[in-house]
Design a protein around this ligand. Sequence first.
Ligand SMILES: [Zn+2]
Length: 245
Amino acid sequence: MTGGNAARAAFSTPFATFRAMRVSQSLLTPSPFWPNFCAGIGDGFDMAEEALIVIDVQNDFCPGGSLAVTEGDKIVPLINEMIAGFEHVVLTQDWHPANHSSFASQHPGKEPFGTIEMPYGPQTLWPDHCVQGSGGAAFHPALKWAKAELVIRKGFRRGIDSYSAFHENDRKTPTGLAGYLRERGIGKITLAGLATDFCVAYSALDAVSLGFDVTVRLDACRAIDLGGSLETMLGRMRDAGVTLA
Ligand SMILES: [Zn+2]
């Protein structure tokens, strides 16, 4: 994740600042500081809404899948309860072409869970997983996904992996989710899903740097825990101001 801090800083707009900018903006037109994504939203715009974002609850990340997270399926009943309780629900789906560069199978002599150097930094290699349109990429069959207002797919560019729901692993390419949430007036998000120490954690870290108020429901997540990654990412989330509930 080298270079991540610079990218985060470039995109960072603390939530309080963001709201303050709205007030001052009425006196300053045009302003280079007013993001384009707010154009046309008008005076009624605020960020009071909350959303649940369910990360990658897909067959390949559940027992029996090609990149199974231990007990990945155990969180589905709790996530279903959470879906029922939130007004706004967004789902993410890992969604790779069959020749995706994060697959060890694309790198002769390399094994899954090894690391290679990509133009954007170190990249963990994975077993083939969540191939577009495959059964492994489908949501877990018990997940009550129908209420979701948006399904955001990530990792569809062959040359870049995407752990975060907000930015791909080059830390620069946005998925569009931040703009969507802001246009919807959603300033507070709760994350649940798979895996705690990869896609959930990177989504949470990006979300706080983008100015969202972020809670991760650890009881509704499960981890891969590769070489101490769970403890590392829990620490990074705490330090960044993510609420771990
Ligand atoms: Zn993936």
